[in-house]
Ligand binder design. Sequence first.
Ligand code: ZN
Length: 526
Amino acid sequence: MADGTSFYITTPIFYVNDAPHIGHAYTEVAADVLARWHRQAGDPTWFLTGTDEHGQKILRTATANGVSPKEWADKLVSESWYPLLDTIDISNDDFIRTTEERHETNVQLFLQRLYDAGFIYTGEFEGYYCVGCEEYKQESDLVTGTGEYVGQPVCAIHSKPVELLKESNYFFRMSDFADRLLALYEERPDFVQPESARNEVIQFVRQGLKDLSISRSTFDWGIKVPWDDTHVVYVWFDALLNYITAAGYGSDDEAFAKRWPATQIVGKDILRFHAVIWPAMLMAAGLDVPQRVFGHGWLLVGGEKMSKSKLTGIAPNEITDTFGSDAFRYYFMRAIAFGQDGSFSWEDLSARYQAELANGFGNLASRVVAMITRYFEGVVPPEGEPTEADLAIRAAVAAAATDADVAIERLAIQDAITSIWRIVDDLNGYITVQEPWVLAKDEEQRERLGTVLYTAAEGLRALAVLLSPFMPKATETLWTALGGADALGPLTAQPVRDAGTWGQLPAGTTVNGLEALFPRIEATNE
Ligand SMILES: [Zn+2]
């Protein structure tokens, strides 16, 4: 937020070594909801995602598949990663691949600047390396293997043996930055979030930092070190720089100044890279550190972290083919507190789909549009003098809009959607109590009937606007049904921070028929 209002958000860039699973999609959706919210609030917004294509792991996978690493990356990006973004409706502004020239050139520029400033030296290094993590491991990060690897030291994340490597490498003087990092965490308590993640990072840095080996000479799939082409840049050092090379570092200073620093969403397993190494690199280069680094939790399936290597990976389209992309987006944002681990189950997904989306929201929308069609020939009636019940709905809508915006500022996505959903619940209760179908039988109650249906329609107007960042397709359908596009313009142009202001949908607007927003699902995935 360099100028106080702009919003630059990033996801981690994903390794192209395998196909996307729902854990990746979860991260993308969270960042997308935040980006769409800010865009709809009128904040200059820029949303970056991409792929990490260098390193030994990719080289090995490509070789095993009989292709060059670049061919491997091209194939995975076009067949898996771009389609993922369509599958779950991601509105990214840019997609960076670390094999692009705009990235490689400016990684070299960055490195050369650090070298010239004396932050890089030559040294010997020996340690246990996990190729899965692309990281040297401390002894405390290792556990004793079981099964196939019984008795061997294995990576705690990958459950696979580590390799003892010895290299002559270039080192980044990261140890110089421990005090400055601790001061940063102190001065800006929201720099690392959530709180549990922040505490862990502080504990880690308090133990002191070692210098970081930032080059490799045992393989050549990477960006060449500019002053020594027998070395390639360590893949993490290369990958982290995507957040600035894509934003214009080295190529478009004006764009870079506007965008950087970013809000950075990462999985908690890579939090240290983003909350320790990354700000130290930026400090060394004299650049701003990120706006904030948020470590979200893991998705658990049957109690285990979602990952393809553990065979619990579920492809996002397995869910969207049945439930649709909106339900996917809603489910993960609603069911899991952002920042904590969350369990995925088909049963929970099906239950929430039926209760909350189909019966709660979808049915509400269908009934209200149908009653306006039946009782007022499809024209939104004017509202008369409001009763206490009507005023309660107005107050609920205003409160939901305010609470949701405050929650989004805190990156508390689940709180935001929970606040908005109070409108759904309150409107359903309101209609049950007001019984418009009874009012419709009495000509004397014509004005009252109009007030009730106006209140319901205007509540739906607010819901469409507020839920648009979460469920872009269903809300677009609802917007059309409400006649919103003709009366008020495109849905995504409705300022989300004004959504709680009552009375925006003009009486006299013509509604259109509404198919079920969330159709009944017959076959269940058991
Ligand atoms: Zn590992």
